[in-house]
Write a protein that binds this ligand. Structure first.
Ligand code: UT7
Length: 349
């Protein structure tokens, strides 16, 4: 059974750079607070009308496809991970297929937030291993800036997120010592509501989600999207940051060790760990716990913020462009986020 390898990788960062200082124009925050709590110095926001989650994904995909030495017509399956799709439905996968004038190939959207890219490459990896597809495009892209509360009310979330996209092309490899060795996926829905965007949705308050609007039960349409909801800012994400932080620092090391142990490796064997860029303090905690040296961990949240499904491919691409990912190197990708879902992938470059 062939393994899959990353044959090409690309990223797209929108031009509009937004510093912590810029955010103080809209909300009561400070460069000092943001840097100290998150490590973030700046992030980038997509152009309001000319860039979407899909168009950014397309730009990253063009680079990944070119670096793989193929054309968009060679792609035989698309997996697109995002929590900020252009439309509620259909997903971004088909919009990308259309924009890149690809053949009528399958397009699958993955909704696993921060671990979306890891879930997406795990799915793609199975299709390559089974022999079903030969050139799978996997994209992670987010346009958070369109769905954040930029008033002081939303500051605990809005300062963290940024926009951008990353993409890879997976292909089969017959080489003994190359490719994705394993992927490991997990979930625990017990805390689904502590990092979530409830509205618009069909929950009708069934789960007792916080921040829910006081609806007129007679107006069923109102329960999906209402003026009350907008007036009360209930159409924005909600996060209990401290609870997420506490779980993340346990699950990140756990899922990384699971990947290493499944393949007979130890933390000292890792050439590069690319953790999902949620918070620099989380990455530093994981590094400490696994006793990794600085050069074994790649972080770039300082410049892009948390780009959820795009963060791992953006960081992997940047590390590769800087020559930090070498042929034969042991690379570990790991993510944790909303759901909760968490995942890891171990690969030989
Ligand atoms: O990728 C998805 C997964 N997400 C994560 O992994 C996020 C994990 N959590 C975190 O990264 C951190 O919890 C945050 C960065 C979100 C928040 O940091 P924290 O140290 O946990 O702060 P906190 O929420 O406990 O808030 C501390 C104080 C509060 O004020 P009081 O109540 O102590 O007076 C907040 O109101 O900081 C205040 N605060 C802010 N102040 C200035 C919250 N956000 C801001 C802000 N600027 N942007």
């Amino acid at each position: 059974m062939p393994r899959s390898k990353i044959a090409g990788i690309g990223k797209f960062i929108p031009a509009n750079r937004v510093t912590n200082q810029d955010l103080t124009k809209y909300m009561d925050t400070s460069d000092e607070w943001i840097q100290e709590r998150t490590g973030i110095l700046e992030r980038h926001y997509a152009h309001r009308t000319e860039e979407t989650t899909t168009t950014m994904g397309v730009e990253a995909a063009k680079i990944a496809i070119e670096r793989a030495g193929i054309t968009p017509q060679d792609i035989d399956f698309i997996v697109f991970a995002t929590l900020s799709p252009d439309y509620y439905f259909p997903g971004c996968g088909v919009l990308l297929q259309r924009a890149m004038q690809m053949k009528e190939v399958g397009a699958l959207d993955v909704r696993n937030q921060c671990s979306g890219f890891l879930y997406a490459i795990s799915v793609a990896d199975q299709f390559i291993r089974s022999g079903m597809y030969k050139n799978i495009l996997v994209v992670g892209s987010e346009k958070h800036s369109f769905g954040l509360d930029f008033s002081t009310r939303g500051r605990n979330i809005s300062v963290i997120f940024g926009d951008g996209a990353g993409a890879v092309v997976l292909q089969p490899t017959e080489k003994e010592n190359q490719g994705i060795l394993s992927t490991h996926l997990h979930s625990d829905g017990a805390s689904a509501e502590i990092l979530a965007m409830y509205n618009p949705g069909t929950h009708a308050n069934h789960w007792g989600a916080q921040n829910y609007a006081d609806f007129d039960e007679a107006e069923i349409g109102e329960m999906f999207m209402s003026h009350t909801m907008i007036d009360n800012a209930q159409n924005f994400p909600f996060m209990d940051g401290q609870s997420v932080f506490k779980k993340a620092v346990v699950k990140f090391p756990e899922v990384i060790m699971e990947a290493l142990q499944a393949n007979g490796y130890q933390a000292t064997d890792i050439n590069l760990l690319i953790p999902h860029q949620a918070n620099l303090r989380i990455s530093q905690f994981v590094q400490q716990k696994l006793k990794l040296r600085d050069e074994q961990v790649y972080n770039n949240i300082q410049h892009y913020g948390n780009t959820t499904a795009a963060s791992v491919p953006i960081a992997l691409c940047e590390a590769w462009e800087k020559g930090k990912v070498k042929e034969g190197g042991l690379v570990c990708l790991a993510a944790f986020g909303s759901g909760f879902t968490w995942a890891s992938a171990l690969l030989k470059w």
